[in-house]
Design a protein around this ligand. Structure first.
Ligand SMILES: [Zn+2]
Length: 163
C-alpha cells in the first residue's frame, strides 16, 4: 500500500510518512552497520595476514654485532655512552660495565648492526619509556655512532687505507 496516495486522512498520511522516513533511516543504518561489519572483518583478516608474515618478537643482536658495538665504544667514545656522552659503559680495559644495555633503536625485531647501539641504562630507560624522543639530537647521536661502526668495520675488513 502506498501511503502517500491515501488522501482520506491527513493524520494517516502523516503517520505513514513518518514510518516511511523511519524505515528509510533503518535501511541506511543497516547499510552503515553492514559496511562497518565488513570493514571490521577485512581489518581482522589483514591483521591476521600481517601477523603471519611478520614475526614481531624481539630478536637479540648477534655476538659479533655486540663485539663490534663494544669495540666502537672503546675506540671512538672512550667507553662513554654514545647517547648521553656522560655515563661510562665500558671499563678502562674495555670490559662492559653493568650500566651497558643494548638498545634496538628501530624496534625489537630489527637486529642488524645498523639498527642498534650500546647505551647506558639511564638513556635506555628514558628511550624505552618515552621520556626521551628518538628524534632530534638522539637521532643525530645514533647516526654518529653508526658512522663510527661503518668506519670501524671498513678498517677491520681492510677496505680503507688509513695512510
Ligand atoms: Zn647514556
Amino acid at each position: 500500500m502506498d501511503c502517500l496516495t491515501d488522501h482520506n486522512g491527513k493524520l494517516d498520511a502523516a503517520i505513514c510518512a513518518v514510518i516511511q522516513l523511519l524505515n528509510d533511516g533503518k535501511h541506511e543504518w543497516r547499510q552503515i552497520r553492514s559496511s562497518l561489519d565488513e570493514l571490521k572483518e577485512n581489518h581482522q583478516r589483514l591483521t591476521d595476514k600481517v601477523c603471519q608474515l611478520e614475526d614481531w618478537s624481539r630478536k637479540p643482536f648477534t655476538k659479533s654485532t655486540v663485539k663490534t658495538f663494544l669495540d666502537v665504544v672503546q675506540r671512538y667514545f672512550n667507553g662513554l655512552c654514545p647517547c648521553c656522552s656522560e655515563k661510562l659503559i665500558l671499563s678502562d680495559a674495555g670490559i662492559r660495565l653493568e650500566s651497558l644495555e643494548t638498545d634496538h633503536f628501530k624496534g625489537p625485531k630489527w637486529n642488524n648492526i645498523t639498527e642498534g647501539w650500546p647505551i647506558c641504562d639511564q638513556c635506555h630507560h628514558r628511550l624505552t619509556h618515552g621520556y626521551l624522543s628518538r628524534e632530534g639530537w638522539v637521532m643525530q647521536a645514533f647516526q654518529a655512532f653508526q658512522m663510527r661502526v661503518s668506519q670501524f668495520t671498513q678498517i677491520e675488513n681492510g677496505q680503507m687505507q688509513l695512510f
